[in-house]
Design a binder for this molecule. Sequence first.
Ligand SMILES: [Zn+2]
Length: 243
Amino acid sequence: MPGPKGTYSFLTPVEYKGVIKAKVDAFNKQPKELMTGSLWGATAGGDMEDVKKFIKDHYKVAQDYKCSYCQQRIEVNHNGAWDAEHIIPKDSHPQFMFEPRNLCISCKDCNLIKLNKPVLKNKTRSTFADSPDDYLICHPHFHEYSQHINIIQEAGFYLPRTPEGVMLVEVCGLLRFVLKYADCEWDSEQLAIQIHSLGGELISAAPSARFAIMAMMRTLLDEGLRKAALLAISARVDKFAAA
Ligand SMILES: [Zn+2]
């Protein structure tokens, strides 16, 4: 949805005020070569704790306590439950550390897996990218999540609908949720819930997605395929967690 200035906005960006704004302005005025990602955790002489709290307090409410990436709702007010997340990593692009449209909150698991993986199509870009077309992943500010990923909550499935959705599933290791529901000791009730969810999905699926959904159903119903799929998924999740 184009915003007022022709930009795309699916999340209200944080608006700095007073002392917080002064600190952010001071940070942004520094020469670029003095900026590093580690300044986020700086204390002596550059205490940013109140700025970080301000950012988290804003996005917790703006995102209705849902992680930007996995959309799981964690209704916990204590900021320790959340990570302030730099969508373009602060280590590769410290100049965007306090850019409101580069910030959101995420759950600790998504943040840990996403780490410093590149999200920009042009990795060396120096000005802030404010168009959805500039990003490899589905972006919390510039893309509407449900158009890129369909979550089947009951089964822990994240069905990507677009290349940006596929990348987000990869970058944040969203396949980990299916593991929670699917171990090799499945009982038939769990299986029935998953097949039922996928069946509901199949009815409304676009022709292009039908094949993928039917392949998932086939995999679930065949014990051998299921075990192989689970092994493949867990290997990929481990790989991304370690990356
Ligand atoms: Zn998450």
